[in-house]
Design a protein around this ligand. Structure first.
Ligand code: DCP
Length: 154
């Protein structure tokens, strides 16, 4: 068992976080929308270790990582294609499909963090800055209850 999945050299073990509380499955009583605690920097470091151990830096140019991420969006879309509208919590999907969604969004997220890092963009700062910009562009008094583009009320 590994002491620290973030700073340790390997990440291919069962991390403790997986045994803590709700798995998010449809049968689980705790359908909380809260995520378990994990920082973007933790993900970046874990993935950096994963890539370095395999000598894969040579393949992970920003362009290659971006294309890999787009490919994973395609795989995610395949789960939903031809199904019609799907409600929050995905009750229309089977348990296997729901698990598959979790895997594909994780691939997308892992590639996104890698992409940001390869572009030398601090993703945590960029997200906070963008959310602040969004709040300015979409003031509550003007945007409340309507989904128009901000340019409609400028
Ligand atoms: N050169 C690579 C290959 C894989 N990965 C990591 C990032 C993704 O999280 C995951 C992607 O692995 P696969 O390409 O095997 O894709 P899937 O896991 O989606 O498998 P499949 O395409 O069979 O569904 O592994 C990576 O960082 N760099």
């Amino acid at each position: 068992m590994m002491e620290n999945i973030v700073t340790g050299p390997r990440v291919d073990v069962e991390p403790d976080i997986l045994s803590e509380g709700c798995c998010g499955s449809q049968d689980c009583e705790n359908k909380s929308l809260k995520f378990s605690d994990l920082s973007l920097e933790d993900v970046r470091k874990m993935n950096e270790n994963f890539i370095k151990e395999r000598n894969w830096d040579q393949f992970h140019s920003p362009r290659n990582v971006l294309l890999a991420m787009v490919g994973e969006f395609g795989e995610l879309s395949e789960i939903f294609q031809w199904k019609g509208e799907v409600s929050e919590g995905l009750p229309e999907l089977t348990e296997d499909e729901r698990k598959h969604v979790g895997e594909e969004i994780s691939d997308i997220f892992i590639y996104l963090v890698d992409f940001a890092s390869r572009c030398h963009i601090d993703l945590s700062k960029a997200v906070i800055a963008k959310m602040a910009a969004n709040a300015k562009k979409y003031p509550v008094d003007k945007a409340y209850g309507q989904a128009n583009k901000y340019t409609d009320y400028q």
